[in-house]
Design a protein around this ligand. Structure first.
Ligand SMILES: Nc1ncnc2c1ncn2[C@@H]1O[C@H](COP(=O)(O)OP(=O)(O)OP(=O)(O)O)[C@@H](O)[C@H]1O
Ligand SMILES: [Mg+2]
Length: 112
């Protein structure tokens, strides 16, 4: 299994969420985050406001998928999250050791 953590522009959340649902993901976790990429110190626009500080508001989406789904999900996020401007975000992919569904105690792929 893989844990896919994508940092995206906040206004892209609805599009990405819909595309992930259409791709059949079983769940996702969304967090408000802030960060910066390689233009640190340079400006980036967020809701019409120019931020000259380092940290720009972003959304992090985490979705756990079986290995065979990972490539499709990464492609889906890349395509729907892209504006072509700086700050579109990044996708981090981790090997996921285990998942446990607390209600039933199921583990591994059965718990995705
Ligand atoms: N190396 C990194 N480590 C951790 N988080 C990162 C890293 N790079 C980017 N991020 C996170 O992703 C967000 C968006 O990064 P961003 O898209 O600006 O990356 P970039 O490498 O500067 O690409 P671009 O040139 O397209 O802007 C950052 O605000 C930060 O939250
Ligand atoms: Mg950047």
């Amino acid at each position: 299994m893989k844990m896919i953590a994508a940092v995206i522009k906040p206004f892209k959340l609805d599009d990405v969420k819909k595309a992930l649902n259409d791709a059949g993901v079983q769940g996702m976790t969304v967090t408000d985050v802030k960060g910066f990429g390689r233009q640190k110190g340079h400006v980036e626009l967020y809701r019409g406001t120019t931020y000259e500080v380092n940290f720009i508001p972003k959304i992090k989406i985490e979705v756990a998928v079986p290995d065979e789904k990972a490539e499709e999900i990464i492609r889906t996020i890349t395509e729907t999250g892209r504006t072509g401007e700086i700050g579109d975000g990044k996708i981090f992919v981790y090997d996921l050791l285990d998942i446990v569904r607390i209600r039933t105690g199921e583990a591994g792929k059965a718990a995705v």
